[in-house]
Design a protein around this ligand. Structure first.
Ligand SMILES: Nc1ncnc2c1ncn2[C@@H]1O[C@H](COP(=O)(O)OP(=O)(O)OP(=O)(O)O)[C@@H](O)[C@H]1O
Ligand SMILES: O=C([O-])CC(=O)C(=O)O
Ligand SMILES: [Ca+2]
Ligand SMILES: [Mn+2]
Length: 659
């Protein structure tokens, strides 16, 4: 008996494993009529023919470089050649040959690897000076989820199909982003355009060092048997669509981006042309620590001038998503469009809400709402015409995920979805969402249409409500407060949340985090630029600001408990419906927040934090402590002016806690 590696077992001709007699089936011919109920036999003569019959040929799906010749008049062969030339150009070493020999298809499937690029005659012939130029680079171009599943399961350790059909993967040593390893090229343009220095996420590198890392990544990718290439879009606003190309080494990365970026249709792909931005993801390969500026073996490098990003030394897929988000935080403001780290949904009456907040505060959870249409869960643009999602998918936290509390997200975890770093039963493949053995940051990446009430296309009119989410582990911020414009700006610039570091080893002090614009890791310009745009837009379109604490109540972490999700949902419902706007309010001490006395479906007692603390003295001390942290954080912003109006700036500074 031989095992074929797939777990099935070859049987001998005499019968099954237990030596049972072969079961005979007799064809019964009565009155010349065949009563055999088995179907007709296959038309193939050989097993290869049978396999050939199984697959229908797909339409060509690679883009072409823009030429004078209209696409339609090209022969099939010319098309194929031009399509592959475009990819060859992306993968070119800039110091040696013009571009690698690119072939399409899986190197393991010989019949599919015939289409070699013969370099165009009008390109000067290059002399092959390296071994890498002699070999072929096989390109797996815009594969479908099914094809990517097969690639992942066959070639990537740690890839499995879960009981609901999702692809479970491991991201390797890194299970979260590495913001300290992010570098941005400082050149003549970006030197003046971008925000540099203290507090800025843009750690500088020079052009030359970027090229060193780029070459390292390209050489690594070309040394492989095959690379994955995704050509996709960012931004649902048709006027401001960005074409991105992602070159990566793992099926996991290709499927992740397939889900997270906007998927082009066949026609859009044929007319794709040259990408606006290219990612080289060589995440399995480290950067060289002898290289200037490198402080670890991980480096995520953005070069806005070259419109390229290089990833070395981390396989965490979120780097690609958030790297592109950083790029959008540069490109969009240049077009007077505001980019936002926010979720977004729209009600049946067309009322749009934005949900800002740092990681884990509830953007995905609260924007995914069965009673409303989901525009997006994480990255948006606000232009003159309204809001648009940047992405084509969602990226949900999975820790403690339950079908009961978050049914739409739970049910989206099915065939096509990438499930990162979760733990599952080795036999049933049932996922245990409570298990943090690999990481607490377990994630699911799925196309937005996996949410039943997704808004397609993912655009909407100007927002009516701007909800700032904070997970306050100190337990002193009210579950909801209504903000005036100055307060909204104050809290937007502060970007507060508080989480608890290592949860395993006993009770820890909550850690306050301040991240300007609720996304300091992704912004490229000074935070006040985005804040000014937000203020102007909110003013112009009459949006109301809200602060919602999705964190603790009745004491800090370890003493109180997290506000129940159903209560937060009721609060959000009251904001959407407009009923909260007309509630009775009272002002809190220190933070000066307007809190409602009643919200339908929520016990009134919880609306005022002090009520929930048994130790009132501890409450006051904790409140003052947090207020002090806010004040200290805001010091760096007091010298900046927001907008043309110095009146608003003064109001913003005054909108913080007073004590
Ligand atoms: N009252 C609450 N409100 C919102 N979320 C809650 C609440 N209580 C518990 N949670 C949990 O908090 C987490 C919120 O995470 P979510 O995925 O929405 O974060 P996010 O803001 O989208 O972050 P990221 O930008 O990292 O994706 C979820 O796991 C959710 O179940
Ligand atoms: O980017 C990630 O890894 C997850 C995310 O959405 C965030 O941290 O804001
Ligand atoms: Ca999210
Ligand atoms: Mn996010």
């Amino acid at each position: 008996m031989a095992s074929n590696g797939n777990g099935s077992v070859a049987l001998n001709g005499k019968g099954g494993r237990n030596g049972l007699a072969k079961i005979e089936t007799h064809k019964k011919h009565i009155n010349g009529i065949c009563h055999d109920d088995s179907g007709p036999t296959v038309k193939a003569q050989t097993i290869d023919e049978l396999h050939f019959l199984q697959k229908k040929r797909s339409a060509p799906t690679t883009p072409i470089e823009r030429t004078q010749t209209p696409f339609a008049t090209l022969s099939e062969e010319q098309r194929q050649r031009q399509q592959l030339n475009s990819i060859s150009a992306s993968l070119a070493s800039l110091t040696r040959e013009s571009g690698p020999k690119v072939v399409k298809g899986d190197p393991d499937k010989k019949s599919e690897t015939q289409r070699v690029v013969h370099h165009d005659h009008h390109i000067a012939p290059t002399i092959v000076v390296s071994d890498s130029a002699l070999k072929f680079t096989h390109v797996l171009y815009n594969l479908s989820p099914a094809e990517l599943y097969e690639q992942a399961i066959k070639y990537e350790k740690g890839s499995f199909i879960t009981s609901t059909g999702a692809l479970a993967t491991l991201s390797g040593a890194k299970t979260g982003r590495s913001p300290r390893d992010k570098r941005v090229v400082k050149d003549h343009h970006t030197e003046n355009e971008l925000w540099w220095g203290k507090g800025s996420p843009n750690i500088e590198m020079d052009e030359h060092t970027f090229m060193v890392n780029r070459e390292r990544a390209v050489d690594y990718l070309n040394s492989l048997d095959k690379v994955f290439v995704n050509d996709q879009f960012l931004n649902w606003d048709p006027e401001n669509k960005i074409k991105v190309r992602i070159v990566s080494a793992r099926a996991y990365h290709s499927l992740f981006m397939h889900n997270m970026c906007i998927r082009p249709n066949t026609e859009e792909l044929e007319n794709f042309g040259t990408p606006d931005f290219t990612i080289y993801n060589a995440g399995q390969f480290p950067c060289n620590r002898y290289t200037h500026y490198m402080t670890s073996s991980t480096s995520i490098d953005i070069n806005l001038g070259r419109r390229e990003m290089v990833i070395l030394g981390t396989q965490y897929a979120g780097e690609m998503k958030k790297g592109l988000f950083s790029v959008m935080h540069y490109l969009m403001p240049m077009r007077h469009i505001l980019s936002l780290h926010s979720g977004c949904n729209i009600g049946k009456d067309g009322d749009v809400a934005l949900f800002f907040g740092l990681s884990g505060t509830g953007k995905t959870t609260l924007s995914t709402d069965h009673n409303r249409y989901l525009i997006g869960d994480d990255e948006h643009c606000w232009s003159e015409t309204g809001v648009s999602n940047i992405e084509g998918g969602c990226y949900a936290k999975c820790i403690d995920l339950s079908q009961e509390k978050e049914p739409d997200i739970f049910n989206a975890i099915r065939f096509g979805t990438v499930l990162e770093n979760v733990v599952f039963d080795e036999h049933t493949r049932q996922v245990d969402y409570t298990d943090k053995s690999v990481t607490e940051n377990t994630r699911a990446a799925y196309p937005i249409e996996y949410i039943p009430n997704a808004m397609l296309p993912c655009v909407g009119p100007h927002p009516k409500n701007v909800i700032l989410l904070a997970c306050d582990a100190f337990g002193v911020l009210p579950p909801v407060s209504k903000l005036n414009l100055a307060q909204t700006m104050y809290h937007f610039i502060s970007g507060y949340t508080a989480l608890v570091a290592g949860t395993e080893d006993g009770i820890k002090e909550p850690q306050a985090t301040f991240s300007a614009c609720f996304g300091a890791a992704f912004i490229m310009l000074h935070p006040t630029k985005y804040a000014a745009m937000l203020a102007e837009k909110m003013q112009k379109h009459g949006a109301t600001g809200w602060l919602v604490n999705t964190g603790w109540s009745g004491g800090s972490y370890g003493y109180g408990s997290r506000i129940k999700l159903p209560y937060t949902r009721k609060i959000i419902d009251a904001i959407h419906s407009g009923s909260l706007l007309n509630a009775n309010y009272k002002k809190t001490e220190i933070f000066g927040l307007e809190i409602p006395t009643e919200v339908e479906g929520v016990p009134s007692k919880i609306l005022e934090p002090v009520n929930m603390w048994s130790d009132k003295k501890a409450y006051k001390e904790t409140l003052l402590k947090l207020a002090g942290l806010f004040k200290k954080n805001f010091e760096t912003f007091t010298n900046y002016k927001i907008g043309k109006d110095s009146k608003l700036t003064e109001e913003i500074v005054a909108a913080g806690p007073t004590f």
